[in-house]
Design a binder for this molecule. Structure first.
Ligand SMILES: C[C@H](O)[C@H](O)CC(=O)C(=O)O
Ligand SMILES: [Mg+2]
Length: 395
């Protein structure tokens, strides 16, 4: 089979939801006094948008082959990402065969290493990589999961992240991950409120439902240890992303400090095999949570996942909708998946990247059949009603 070559690369930005899922309107649970590293400043405590959690917006990368096939992907990188794609990365794609994914990744990573390595540059590389997988799979008329070795199970099982684990239980999810609301700067009163909310949810959900706390980098080792011990009484399954992603030493200490049976999870703001190597070799956690739209894309997640498997660790990717689902369904060490509840309340299931994508599958009764992922590529389309902006069109 002669493979087509890449003839065009386009990068667009989008505001309001989409891959930048923190870019929501007012009154959304995801922006309601959630603990963050900026919570030490009272003026940035009530709303994450107040310190700029949504400044980036969504980046859409489109890659067109000379046979007319178009692959695309979305991630969180906005206008900065669009600049990097059009002014820098496009040169490593134009004229290349659609199969050259590994080489293109290597060139994108090492060409940006002097200003990249993590953060928005890796988000952007991830977006390009996912668009390449979408393109290759569409050229081959197969779903991405088939290119990754095929499903290892018939369906995905999900836990839900959101403000209402009690409602998530009624919707059929296996667990509910709450955002932690109060940070160490809010003292003993804040700690008590954090425990009270967990106790309320435990009472509403009963004992056989997983409850987790997402701490979004807002704690220190001492507070996280105290929270973990108090939360143990209410059966907290795991405590997530308590510390700065750079504090590998703190995570290693925390993992030793938590009560026996409680899991420590982290990694959604970590990137590349080298970053995850630190988490794994320093025994920082029980589950790693790479975001496939941020950690380097599918090409890098394959390596991160193999490394984790060799350390007997689970990989439960952060959010990222279809980009996660196509991966998780193919890996034994990814036994379940996250579903981020993007409904503002959240009392119903809506697609995670709503309103940006069409055909985005959602869990039904907390589950998704492998057959829901059987369309070519990642199986989604851009919603033509969502306006795209192309700030750095290549001349
Ligand atoms: C709820 C968390 O603060 C964050 O918005 C999402 C996240 O970290 C997760 O889904 O995990
Ligand atoms: Mg998280």
């Amino acid at each position: 089979m002669t493979m087509p070559t890449i003839k065009a690369v386009r990068a667009f930005t989008v505001r309001g939801g989409g891959a930048d899922y923190h870019d929501q309107g007012s009154g959304h649970w995801i922006d309601d006094h959630i603990g963050t590293p900026m919570g030490k400043y009272p003026e940035y405590r009530q709303s994450r948008q107040s310190f700029g959690i949504n400044v980036l917006g969504t980046l859409v990368v489109e890659i067109e082959a000379d046979d007319g096939t178009v692959g695309f992907a979305v991630t969180t990188a906005g206008e900065i990402g669009a600049f990097i794609v059009e002014k820098h990365l496009a040169r490593f794609l134009i004229g290349r065969k659609v199969t050259e994914i590994e080489k293109i990744w290597d060139q994108m990573y090492f060409a940006t290493q002097y200003y990249g390595r993590k953060g928005v540059v890796l988000n952007t590389i991830s977006g390009v990589d996912l668009a390449l997988w979408d393109l290759l799979a569409k050229v081959r008329k197969e779903p991405v999961h088939a290119l990754l070795g095929g499903p290892v199970r018939d369906e995905l099982q999900f836990y839900a992240t959101g403000a209402r684990p009690d409602l998530a239980k009624q919707m059929g999810f296996i667990g509910g991950k709450l955002p932690l609301h109060h940070v160490p700067a809010e003292g003993e009163e804040g700690l008590a409120k954090n425990i009270e909310l967990l106790a309320t949810m435990r009472e509403r959900t009963g004992d056989d439902f997983w409850l987790m706390y997402d701490c979004w980098m807002s704690l220190d080792v001492n507070y996280a240890t105290r929270l973990a011990h108090k939360a143990h009484e209410y059966g907290l399954k795991w405590i997530e992303e308590c510390l700065s992603p750079d504090d590998y030493w703190g995570y290693a200490e925390l993992k030793k400090n938590v009560p026996k049976g409680m899991l420590v999870t982290t990694g959604e703001h970590e990137a590349t095999r080298w970053g995850f190597r630190m988490l794994l070799e320093m025994d920082c956690c029980d589950i790693i949570q790479p975001d496939v739209g941020w950690c380097g894309g599918v090409t890098e997640l394959i390596k991160i996942s193999a490394l984790a498997d060799a350390h007997s660790k689970l990989v439960v990717p952060h959010g990222s909708s279809v980009y996660s689902y196509h991966f998780v369904i193919t890996r034994q060490n990814s036994p379940f998946a996250e579903f981020l509840m993007m409904h503002p309340v959240p009392d119903q299931v809506v697609p995670m990247f709503t309103p940006l994508l069409l055909d985005e599958p959602v869990p039904v009764n907390g589950r998704m059949k492998a057959s829901a992922l059987d369309r070519p590529g990642f199986g989604v389309r851009l919603n033509p009603d969502v306006p795209l902006h192309r700030p750095y069109a290549m001349s």
